[in-house]
Design a protein around this ligand. Structure first.
Ligand SMILES: Cc1cc2nc3c(=O)[nH]c(=O)nc-3n(C[C@H](O)[C@H](O)[C@H](O)COP(=O)(O)OP(=O)(O)OC[C@H]3O[C@@H](n4cnc5c(N)ncnc54)[C@H](O)[C@@H]3O)c2cc1C
Length: 257
């Protein structure tokens, strides 16, 4: 096999995982990430976000040998518990088999584990705090070339293969489609989300059924809460961004409560 030069734009979940795969196949991998190095002091915390890891994610982690470390920090979710208005709890299992349960993980933790693993490979290098600004698709005889901007100035990097793992508003995708008769649609939901913590009880006990995703459905929005191994929960409130009952109207502590 000929080792290829693989340029990965974005070191989120997809980029870090792709980097590990290409490294394991023996390719030369360069990661270019807009955010600061998460291992340094300048790293931004970002939004926390709990993920429900399902079979696809579990299989992907298993394939690169990282399932053990991730599951060690993950709380199982055997189903969802719907909190009815009258206080009744309705448990809806995700499946009948052990491999159908979901795992609750913090996205940042998962990202750190994946990126740390990728950077263990001698054939993986990374530049942080750099933003992909342009992409030349290249031709049959010349590979793609990417342009970046960073604190130390603009630079270009060429590769045999570019992996656009730069998220929902991907610059790679925009540049890739430029001048081509390609169709692309993106729909942005008029909803937002905020997270809050539900601490464990005084003796560390869980306040509601453990091993489940908790859901409080509402007329205008909903709240979901993911469990943690320490008995606490992270709840996410989903509400419209504008309108009578929306985040726009939650401007005082009283209205938030
Ligand atoms: C509230 C919420 C809840 C969610 N819950 C779940 C869930 O339960 N289960 C689940 O599977 N998924 C869930 N998701 C989705 C999940 O977070 C995403 O699918 C996942 O993060 C996508 O990974 P990614 O690597 O493609 O992109 P990202 O994680 O967005 O990473 C993209 C990376 O590219 C970098 N980047 C961006 N632009 C550039 C550029 N121009 N140059 C260089 N770098 C760049 C960014 O800094 C970032 O590090 C949820 C998302 C949200 C918002």
């Amino acid at each position: 096999m000929n080792a290829k030069r693989v340029l990965v734009a974005g070191a989120g979940l997809a980029g870090s995982l792709a980097a590990i795969h290409f490294a394991q196949l023996g390719h030369q991998v360069e990661i270019h990430e807009r955010r600061p190095d998460p291992r340094g002091t300048g790293a931004g915390a970002g939004r926390s976000i709990n993920l429900g890891l399902s079979q696809r994610g579990i299989r992907a982690l298993d394939q690169v040998g990282l399932l053990g470390p991730v599951l060690a920090a993950a709380a199982p979710m055997r189903g969802r518990v719907i909190h009815q208005r009258d206080g009744e709890l309705d448990f809806q299992p995700y499946g009948c088999h052990e491999d159908q349960i979901l795992r609750s993980v913090l996205r940042d933790d998962l990202n750190r584990i994946l990126l740390a693993e990728a950077l263990e490979y001698p054939n993986v290098s990374a530049r942080f705090g750099v933003t992909l600004t342009d992409l030349d698709r290249g031709s049959a005889s010349a590979g793609p070339v990417c342009a970046f901007a960073g604190d130390s100035g603009p630079y270009q990097a060429s590769a045999d293969l570019v992996v656009g793992a730069d998220g929902a508003f991907s610059a790679v995708r925009t540049r890739l489609l430029r001048g081509l008769p390609a169709d692309f649609r993106q729909r942005v939901l008029p909803w937002g989300y905020k997270e809050f913590a539900i601490a464990a009880g005084p003796s560390g006990e869980v306040r509601s059924s453990p091993d489940a995703l908790h859901v409080w459905p509402g007329d205008d929005g909903l709240i979901v809460a993911h469990p943690h191994v320490n008995g606490s929960l992270t709840a996410t409130v989903f509400l419209p961004l504008a309108g009578e009952r929306s985040f726009a109207t939650l401007t005082t502590e009283k209205s938030v409560r």
